[in-house]
Design a protein around this ligand. Structure first.
Ligand SMILES: [Zn+2]
Length: 143
């Protein structure tokens, strides 16, 4: 049996912490209109259907919809960092931190492919448990 204090916890409800290390994001897909939304939903935010939404595992790949460099943040948060919005392959949109070098022109990053990783944020709760959340890592542009 593992030490419960060492168990990581999800920083946001759409992050799934898998005991075998297969962490991922979860979303909802509407069978009526095809919309895919981040997180668990009881109804479709696109068409309003409340009888056709099922939980789905979201892809670990996507593309940068937009991003910006953040130079000022809360005390204890290292800056600069890149805040990004990602269009997830297969549907869904998620925001978070893009790792990698700080770009001189964030607009030039739009459309770049990324891997969506669920990792230790470095932050801990009062019991010392690690918060895990999504971060994005650039992928080489595929042909
Ligand atoms: Zn729908």
């Amino acid at each position: 049996m593992s030490d419960p204090i060492a168990e990581p916890i999800a920083a946001v409800p759409y992050v799934i912490i898998d005991r075998d290390g297969d962490h991922h994001l979860v979303g909802s897909r509407c069978a009526k209109c095809g919309a895919t939304l981040l997180g668990r939903r009881v109804a479709c935010a696109a068409c309003g259907a409340n009888d056709s939404v099922t939980q789905v595992r979201l892809s670990d790949k996507g593309r940068i919809r937009t991003c910006t460099v953040v130079h000022r943040s809360y005390p204890g948060v290292p800056v600069p960092f890149i805040a990004a919005v990602i269009d997830i392959d297969g549907g869904g949109v998620v925001r978070g931190t893009l790792r990698g070098p700080i770009p001189s022109d964030p607009v030039a990053e739009v459309g770049r492919p990324v891997r969506i990783c669920v990792e230790d944020t470095g932050q801990r709760d009062a019991l010392g448990r690690a918060f895990y959340s999504q971060v994005f890592r650039p992928l080489e542009a595929a042909a």
